[in-house]
Design a protein around this ligand. Structure first.
Ligand SMILES: Cc1cc2nc3c(=O)[nH]c(=O)nc-3n(C[C@H](O)[C@H](O)[C@H](O)COP(=O)(O)OP(=O)(O)OC[C@H]3O[C@@H](n4cnc5c(N)ncnc54)[C@H](O)[C@@H]3O)c2cc1C
Length: 285
């Protein structure tokens, strides 16, 4: 089922994000995680796309497993920063041949030292969205940033750019992860006031270890509420308690969002079935 069709029959969707393997040798263990996650019956599962091209061939393979063998709606990520324009139609053809009808269209980031293949590229995600819209067939998702995209110097400008992207054909939006729901509510208010009425799914990443949180902050600049800073300090030498506190925090965050009528929760599962299991057990669905 397409994500827009799901939204017609359900008010609030719960979805998982997984990443594909980087090599054939890792395929089996990732397939195991994906199967375990699909067994929790999420409304859809999204599969990331390696901006450096390294994992891109596996995005379709994992999305196809989700859709065709696990009977779960699949959302394939696609980025244009590392995919030449002339390759896009062949990727769209392959996704279509595999019955995958939802794409999360993004710009992506070029990893340091990555040599782009020769070719012409789109500069921003809105151009990729328009390309996919003109191709037809797919439901199209876009990324958005409650705390502003790191390269944009104001949230207002970022939301103007978002409006332009949505106007090119975005059917739903998924946010960057955040830990402070008030920041999300204020963003949503600004988005709606700008006339963007597309469903917005809140991206939630349960904190499970210290290394992960350091990486997240350095990549996205996400603000940490005091409550999080306190448990990170308290349990910095106790990984088990830290994970428990991180999962409890995510459960409370999600329950608050669901209670306030969010269109959906997109859980960055990091391919860990126990993370999804614990969160699903704790939330009021
Ligand atoms: C839910 C989610 C999933 C993700 N999955 C992946 C993944 O699988 N693989 C991956 O590599 N990355 C992924 N990313 C990261 C994403 O690719 C990066 O954050 C990237 O830097 C921006 O992508 P975008 O599609 O939001 O870009 P855009 O919408 O193009 O925006 C990028 C920047 O350009 C500005 N901008 C946009 N349009 C214009 C314009 N017309 N003129 C001037 N400025 C403009 C925006 O304000 C913003 O600052 C994901 C992000 C999210 C939130």
């Amino acid at each position: 089922m397409r994500i827009t069709e799901k939204l017609m029959v359900k008010d609030q969707l719960i979805s998982f994000e997984v990443f594909p393997p980087k090599s054939d040798s890792a395929f089996d263990s990732i397939e195991w995680s994906v199967r375990e996650l699909a067994a929790f019956n999420p409304d859809f599962m999204s599969v990331t796309y390696g901006a450096g091209g390294g994992t891109s061939q596996y995005t379709t393979k994992i999305a196809s497993l989700i859709k065709n063998r696990l009977d779960t709606t699949a959302l394939a990520h696609l980025t244009c920063a590392s995919t030449p324009k002339e390759q896009i139609d062949s990727i769209l053809n392959t996704l279509k041949e595999n019955n995958i009808d939802n794409i999360l269209a993004m710009r992506g980031d070029i990893p340091q030292g990555f040599q782009k293949p020769q070719g012409e590229y789109y500069t921003y995600a809105n151009e990729l969205v328009k390309h996919i819209k003109d191709y037809g067939y797919f439901d199209i998702g876009g990324a958005c940033y409650p705390e502003c995209h790191p390269e944009c110097n104001s949230l207002e400008k970022d939301i103007d750019n978002l409006k332009n992207k949505v106007g090119c054909g975005v059917d739903f939006l998924i946010t960057q992860l955040f830990f402070d729901n008030d920041i999300f509510y204020s963003f949503l208010d600004k988005v709606r006031k700008k006339g963007i009425y597309t469903p917005v799914f809140a991206g939630i990443m349960p904190i499970t270890n210290m290394k992960q949180i350091d990486r997240i902050i350095s990549l996205s600049g996400t603000k940490l509420p005091n409550e999080v800073k306190i448990f990170l300090e308290k349990y910095k030498d106790d990984p088990k308690e830290l994970e428990k506190a991180g999962l409890d925090f995510a459960i409370n965050q999600i329950n608050d969002l669901l209670g306030n009528g969010v269109n959906g929760i997109h859980i960055y599962t990091m391919n860990k079935p126990y993370v999804a299991r614990t969160v699903l057990k704790g939330i009021n669905r």
